[in-house]
Design a protein around this ligand. Structure first.
Ligand code: 9WN
Length: 419
């Protein structure tokens, strides 16, 4: 356990800002030095939210530099490559430059959880900058239009992810079954430092899936008809719903009609309840049309919806606080339920606790007026970073840090937790 000398709130806040300053490239904030040398989509949204109070100018620049990578289809890519820094899979794998809809800046061909509408709302709330809302709003409308048009592969109002990387929780046990149904792939190369995260066969399948999608020209029709991985994820859709509500609230500021955004949020809510609920929210594998029977932190994503029916809120909070999740660990919130056979306290999204999902659940507790739960999530998350630093993730039992150090969203969201 990497205990550090005690730090007070002011010192912790200064440390967080200095991590973020060091990770700022002049164009965007990298998730962490070395391992992640480019701009990642949902990382940037969390950074923008964390910086909104402290560095408003940079918070706006962060979101705009990500949106510079948006495709003409409306798709916001999961990585934007502003620099030639080596990373695998880099631009030569994605070949965005060969695609008519791609922007000039090089990007990946996948998307990520659409937390950007919430980020825009957050920035507005802390800066009151209507001009900025006017500038970014149309891009987010286009992003949502893309998700509705190209990703509702199940026809029930939800967006499907077509690759584990699109979930942001790449090695989550929720993707084990759909990945196991893919052919065995052996490319024979390794992703440098990431071996601990992804056993070779998983990583090769990730690359194989990405190449199939690329070779199909990133076409929506291919995803609908042929792509072998299509899953409705409750976290991705819970986040999308929150962003739709954010756009509905922002719309009057830019003289836009809030109704389409509010209606989309309602449709997502119905989709979540009808398609993913079975006592808890589970991911649905669209290729088998079955729920994937493992409960992960992603299953709490729909709690971000203030209009989720009270009985569902109550049931979810019970699970969250039970010995399946927070009730058994000293820290919030393990990324997979502890009793699952796939749970592993040491491996990324298979057990460890993450600052961003803790922060999202704290936001959910706020929207439902659950003060004690909110305080528990705030205090427990601050305890993690105070003790172990701004690590990528944390052992949920003893709080020790895992993954890389100086991780941007851990620093950025700490700033918000301290506010
Ligand atoms: C793949 C950058 C990203 C995060 C994801 C996290 C991890 C990448 C990886 O790092 O994913 O995109 O190499 O495993 O799982 O949430 O956005 O921080």
């Amino acid at each position: 356990m990497d205990a550090r000398p005690a730090v007070d709130d002011a010192a912790l806040g200064r440390e967080a800002l200095s991590v973020l300053d060091a990770n700022w490239t002049g164009t965007a904030t990298v998730p962490a030095p070395g391992l992640y040398p480019h701009q990642w989509s949902w990382d940037s949204a969390f950074v923008a939210m964390g910086l909104a109070r402290h560095r408003p100018e940079r918070s706006r620049a962060e979101l705009l530099s990500l949106l510079a990578g948006q495709w003409a289809t409306g798709m916001v890519p999961h990585i934007v490559f502003h620099t030639p820094e080596a990373y695998f899979p880099g631009p030569s794998v994605w070949r965005s430059h060969d695609h008519d809809a791609a922007p000039r800046v090089l990007t990946s061909g996948l998307t990520a959880p659409p937390v950007h509408g919430l980020a825009l709302w957050w920035i507005y709330r802390h800066t009151g900058d209507v001009e900025f809302v006017r500038r970014a709003f149309p891009s987010l409308v286009a992003q949502h239009r893309y998700l509705a048009a190209a990703r509702d592969l199940g026809g029930g109002g939800l967006a499907a992810i077509v690759h584990p990387w699109e979930s942001g929780m790449d090695d989550s046990p929720a993707w084990d079954q759909p990945l196991a149904a893919l052919p065995e792939i052996r490319y024979g190369y390794r992703n440098l430092d990431l071996d601990e995260r992804h056993p070779d066969s998983d990583h090769d399948r990730y690359v194989w899936l990405a190449l199939r999608y690329r070779d199909a020209g990133y076409r929506a029709e291919y995803l609908r008809e042929d792509h072998p991985f299509a899953v409705e994820c409750p976290l991705f859709n819970g986040i999308w719903l929150a962003s739709c509500q954010a756009l509905a609230e922002l719309a009057p500021l830019v003289r836009a009609d809030p109704a389409p955004h509010a209606e989309r949020a309602e449709r997502i809510r119905s989709g979540l309840l009808e398609r993913l609920w079975d006592g808890c929210f589970y991911a649905r594998d669209l290729r088998t049309d079955r729920l994937i029977p493992v409960c992960t932190v992603g299953g709490f994503g729909p709690l971000l919806d203030p209009w989720l029916p009270a009985e569902h809120v109550g049931a979810l909070v019970d699970v969250l606080q039970s010995a399946r999740f927070m009730g058994a660990t000293g820290y919030p919130v393990p990324s997979c339920e502890i009793r699952a056979s796939q749970f592993d306290r040491t491996r990324y999204w298979r057990g460890p606790s993450w600052v961003n999902t803790n922060w999202l659940l704290r936001r959910a507790a706020s929207v439902h007026g659950l003060g004690p739960l909110r305080d528990q999530l705030t205090g427990g998350t601050l305890r993690l970073v105070r003790q172990a630093g701004f690590r990528e993730c944390f052992d949920p039992f003893d709080g020790s840090g895992r993954g890389c150090r100086d991780f941007s969203w851990s620093a950025a969201l700490t700033l918000d937790l301290l506010a």
